[in-house]
Write a protein that binds this ligand. Sequence first.
Ligand code: ZN
Length: 106
Amino acid sequence: MSKKAEKKEAPKKGEEPKKETKKTEEAPVEAPKEEAKPAKPEKAPKPEKKKKVEKGIYTLYKIESEKVVRLRPICERCGPGYFMADHGNRYTCGHCGFTKYKPTKE
Ligand SMILES: [Zn+2]
């Protein structure tokens, strides 16, 4: 039985407290002001852009008497969670490209 548990805790000598190197003295960078602008051809005012109304996923659901009704068919390949886009006469899946034609009524 020989215990060789000699913990050498060498006292750290000359350990100086680290000085926090903060960049405190930073000259405020001033953007060079363009006082004398070169002659620019004046642009016509931009035409106002029409804001696109983003369709959320909530548009695909409808609540009818405490039940969720999905307004789009679900992709047969991808399974639930993947809606198919309504293209008038057909539905397509944006995930796998599956296309399903609507039953035509005649
Ligand atoms: Zn799909």
